[in-house]
Design a protein around this ligand. Structure first.
Ligand code: AMP
Length: 111
């Protein structure tokens, strides 16, 4: 069964798009944890960071730099995180990077 992000990629579920390339998509998180909260995903169905190959990582790297530029986050800074599995708190089984910014973010003990 397709994950919700696959349905977004296929246009079956709408999203608030930031940027799209041949292999990647960036869209606003539906439940933002910061003034700017964007999800960056490969279009290829990769479950999590453990399954990420160097070709896809390279595409995501260039694409993420473009998203950072588009959102003008470079100067003030941002946070980029990916949750993996149960302990990481991953809810959607399609690799995604959370790009958070737009304010000075807190860094608290998480467990
Ligand atoms: P994670 O817990 O790392 O798997 O993060 C999944 C993220 O996807 C959460 O921050 C959700 O708010 C977000 N999310 C779930 N469904 C949607 C959706 N339809 N559009 C945008 N973001 C979503």
């Amino acid at each position: 069964m397709s994950s919700i992000f696959k349905k977004i990629i296929d246009g079956e579920i709408p999203c608030k798009k930031v940027l799209e390339s041949e292999n990647c998509l960036a869209f606003y998180d539906i439940n933002p944890q910061a003034p700017i909260h964007v999800l960056i995903i490969p279009k290829k169905e990769i479950k999590d960071f453990n399954g990420l190959d160097s070709q896809s990582m390279s595409e995501l790297l260039d694409f993420t730099h473009q998203v950072v530029d588009t959102l003008r986050l470079k100067d003030k800074g941002y946070r980029l995180i990916t949750n993996v599995g149960e302990h990481g708190g991953q809810e959607v089984p399609h690799l995604h990077f959370h790009l958070l910014g737009g304010a000075k973010l807190k860094w608290e003990k998480l467990a």
